[in-house]
Design a protein around this ligand. Structure first.
Ligand code: BES
Ligand code: ZN
Length: 402
């Protein structure tokens, strides 16, 4: 009760200074679960709150405080936070923000939008092609790529390392395109607002039809953070799917987007910009698969897990079919309970997304976000199973030609 009252009086104060213009450079608008936010550093204002969430205006120090609180709360069921500065700025450019509109904004941001049905039923149609590609996966190449990624001191979104890691991933795709004589591969940057690190978007194929998206996040937190599992594993899983496709020379009816997202750890910032760009350019997307942590197998169990919140139910069930058909490993469902990675940026903006995950939530790698997130804790076999899933997903949904 006391806390609620305190939040309320904070919000009255804050509203006096709600600006109709874009927030200055080091200010962030953040949606966070209430369990994460107390106590916060100065320069933090509560713009609005609901039973479970608060809308904060804060600065870089506030973001760091949230990251730290999240780390301390890992064992409890408190969720993560989302940086919604971009959306807030867009809205406040259109109308002046009152306590009413701030509240509406917060409610809108915390609603889970999952489109429940998809146009066409998902089927298994290209078994020969998928199996042909599965035989071409190169786990050793993937392990080598993970070694390179973990050798950056960190891949923090606002560090030069973080930028170099993004550029390294961009170069990998460009080199594959060159090596296999592909003139239908374009690799571009998507800027990440105030963060130095760009996201990388590679398009395979020059069709304008609705495409298929596969991705992972580049960044780690700052400091000596190898981020082998989070999310080096998902990044190299994605890269190995791309390598397998490009090396095969197989052509597809639909374009394939291979995406490395920036600044995920800062509140899904990079994917927010990427998805906004797809939206504003009217680039159609049929389905999204996201890889964030594919390397840690709890007690060496082979089970593959599917996250069933902030994801599309039909697509998630389809992943189960793909795993059973092609990977031939046990499958189970689990949930984060909050918008825990970039798949949620797609879901939030109305796209169909799915999120396969290394283990049951809560039994995942205990060393993420620390200097101990190293390769020796990971299973190459487990990671390879997710590459197989990625290859099957892309092939079945992008549809091979001939
Ligand atoms: N890879 C994690 C997400 C994750 C961790 C999923 C453990 C399932 C189990 C991701 O990089 C991350 O750290 N996400 C943040 C939230 C984000 C919005 C800042 C988190 O989970 O706290
Ligand atoms: Zn993380």
């Amino acid at each position: 009760m006391f806390i609620k009252r305190q939040l309320f009086s904070f919000s009255l104060l804050a509203l006096a200074s709600l600006s109709a213009y874009a927030t200055p450079q080091d200010q962030h608008i953040v949606v966070a679960p209430s369990c994460l936010v107390k106590p916060m550093p100065i320069h933090t204002q509560t713009l609005s709150s609901t039973e479970k969430f608060v809308l904060l205006k804060t600065d870089d120090a506030g973001i760091n405080a949230l990251i730290e609180a999240k780390q301390n709360k890992r064992a409890s069921a408190c969720g993560g936070f989302m940086d919604v500065t971009e959306e807030w700025n867009q809205l406040s450019a259109k109308k002046s923000m009152t306590s009413q509109t701030a509240k509406q904004f917060l409610i809108e941001q915390t609603k889970i939008k999952t489109s429940l049905t998809v146009k066409t039923p998902y089927q298994i149609r290209y078994e020969a092609q998928v199996n042909q590609l599965l035989a071409q996966i190169n786990p050793q190449a993937m392990w080598g790529n993970l070694t390179t990624l973990t050798n950056f001191n960190d891949r923090y979104a606002n560090s030069d390392n973080g930028v170099e890691a993004a550029n390294w991933l961009k170069t990998q795709i460009e080199n594959l395109a060159k090596q296999y004589n592909r003139d239908d591969v374009t690799v571009t940057y998507v800027k990440t607002g105030r963060y130095k690190q760009p996201s990388i978007v590679a398009k395979i194929g020059n069709q304008t039809e609705a495409g298929v998206v596969i991705g992972g996040h580049i960044d780690t937190l700052s400091g000596r953070k190898p981020g082998a599992d989070d999310d080096g594993s998902g990044s190299v899983t994605t890269l190995e799917v791309a390598r397998t496709l490009l090396a095969s020379g197989m052509q597809f009816k639909k374009p394939i987007y291979v995406i490395f997202y920036a600044a995920e750890e800062e509140g899904l910032v990079g994917s927010g910009y990427v998805v906004s760009e797809f939206k504003s350019k009217n680039i159609p997307v049929d389905a999204v698969i996201h890889f964030d942590m594919t390397g840690y197998a709890y007690k060496n169990q082979p089970t593959m897990w599917l996250i069933n919140d902030y994801t599309n139910k039909d697509l998630t069930n389809y992943l189960q079919t793909l795993i059973t058909t092609y990977v031939k490993k046990p499958v189970k469902f689990t949930r984060c309970g909050y918008a825990c990675s970039d798949h949620a940026s797609w879901t939030k903006q109305g796209y169909v997304s799915a999120f396969p995950f290394e283990s049951e939530f809560g039994y995942d790698n205990p060393d993420i976000h620390t200097s101990r997130d190293t390769m020796d804790k990971l299973s190459l076999e487990h990671m390879t199973d997710y590459v197989k899933l990625g290859v099957a997903f892309v092939t079945e949904l992008a549809e091979p030609v001939s």
